[in-house]
Ligand binder design. Structure first.
Ligand SMILES: CSC/C=C(/NCc1c(COP(=O)(O)O)cnc(C)c1O)C(=O)O
Length: 398
């Protein structure tokens, strides 16, 4: 009798074996890529019964696909949730999840610091739908609680936060949400399930840009939301079915393949990032380093409790100003100047002019995103080579 998810104790094992759809026809080890738009019914009655939900079976790949389903089942097993839904992008997951739980006249409390497009969706588009938002310093529990209104439906945040690596104490947010009967929706992209299990803190919905660590090879755009069977069913039947941010079977297959090495990749990202953070923190040309793994980080106390390790992303500021930061980044050879994160390659970028250019300078200041902040996603190259590249660029910056 094959093990079910429940019997597979360790995440490393679940990442490889959970959710398997397999290949009943030929027994191939890798689940086939069902690259199809639609599925043939035996007869009219079968088609009608499937549309009515009275018979199990596939209908049309925007409504479900076997290769995509394997990824969803695997992600539910990794985040310890009942179910999951896959989307064509992380923003597909963010928008579908929020809009499935908000309607005209509702209000949400959101962290003022978010990934740029998540902020833009909430700040610029939601008002067009008559959805109100209060942006808060999500680490200030009193400010969070004070922002709650009679029409508040949910609290939305990331931890660690993109791009400044501020971390949120999820137990505190969970307690507030319970007191006010609110949904908690959080984005676990920067940690992945390997380093952080938000369901342990009663988070209701857990979002990932699968583009990042989950796929891990810089060749797919995708998104996932994990949660209860009821919540995921609601999202699938409303904002996924009717807004259609569908993930392709081929992308699902690539992400599923990525998940098999997720644990070893994330551990190596952490090994390398810890060494790079220590190097930067002791360098005379570096003004400040923001990395939860460093003892001076305000959320260092969460390491070993909420967060297994601090992850692969570091934010920092070089001494001087914006021009110095630009000169430094333009001198790099190995590290690519590129947005995104969680890839095998080390990627470095300037949030104020790139990933967080959707904020005004005033909004960035309010969110604690400085104009000279640099964000580096530490890759899987040998750490000595990454540090040597940073060293030569810092020398040539002057
Ligand atoms: C054009 S900027 C590149 C993308 C970046 N981030 C994406 C992102 C998303 C959205 O995920 P996609 O839709 O898969 O990109 C959701 N949630 C978080 C915490 C994210 O960081 C980036 O470089 O910070």
């Amino acid at each position: 009798m094959k093990s079910s998810n429940k019997q597979l104790k360790h995440l490393e094992t679940r990442a490889i074996h959970s959710g398997r759809v397999g290949d009943p026809s030929f027994g191939s080890l890798a689940t086939p890529i069902h690259q199809t738009s639609t599925f043939i019914f035996d007869n009219v009655e079968q088609g009608a019964n499937r549309f009515a939900g009275e018979e199990q079976g596939y209908i049309y790949s925007r409504l479900g696909n076997p290769t995509v389903r394997e990824l969803e089942q695997k992600m539910a097993a990794l985040e310890n949730t009942e179910d999951a839904a896959a989307f064509g992008s992380g923003m597909g997951a963010v928008s579908a999840t929020l809009l499935a739980n908000l309607k005209q006249g509702d209000h949400l409390v959101a962290s003022s610091a978010l990934y740029g497009c998540s902020f833009a969706l909430i700040n610029h588009k939601f008002p067009d739908f008559g959805i109100e938002v209060t942006f808060v310093d999500i680490t200030d529990e009193q400010e969070v609680e004070k922002a709650i209104q009679e029409n508040t439906k949910l609290i939305y945040f990331e931890t660690p936060i993109n791009p400044n690596l501020v971390c949120v104490d999820m137990a505190k947010i969970s307690a507030i949400a319970k007191r006010h009967n609110l949904l908690t929706i959080m984005d676990n992209t920067f940690m992945s399930p390997v380093l952080q299990q938000p369901s342990d803190f009663d988070m209701d919905l857990i979002i990932h840009s699968a583009t990042k660590y989950l796929n891990g090879h810089g060749d797919v755009i995708g998104g996932i939301v994990c949660g209860s069977e009821e919540q995921i069913g609601h999202i699938k039947m409303t904002t996924q079915k009717d807004m259609g941010a569908t993930m392709s079977p081929n992308d699902a297959w690539l992400i599923t393949r990525g998940l098999k090495t997720l644990s070893v990749r994330v551990e190596r990202h952490c090994d390398n990032a810890e060494k790079v953070a220590d190097y930067l923190a002791t360098h005379s040309d570096i003004e400040q380093v923001y990395y939860p793994g460093l003892k001076d980080h305000p959320a260092h106390y969460l390491i070993g409790t909420q967060m297994k390790r601090a992850g692969g992303v570091i934010a920092f500021e070089v001494k001087g100003g914006f021009d110095d930061a630009v000169r430094f980044m333009n001198q790099l050879d190995l590290c690519h100047i590129a947005v995104s994160l969680g890839d095998a390659e080390t990627l470095i970028q300037h949030p104020a002019s790139m990933t967080h250019s959707t904020y005004t300078p005033e909004e960035r200041a309010e969110a604690g995103i400085s104009e000279t902040l640099i964000r580096i996603s530490v890759g899987l190259e040998h750490h000595d080579d990454i540090i040597a590249d940073l060293e030569q660029a810092l020398k040539r910056m002057k």
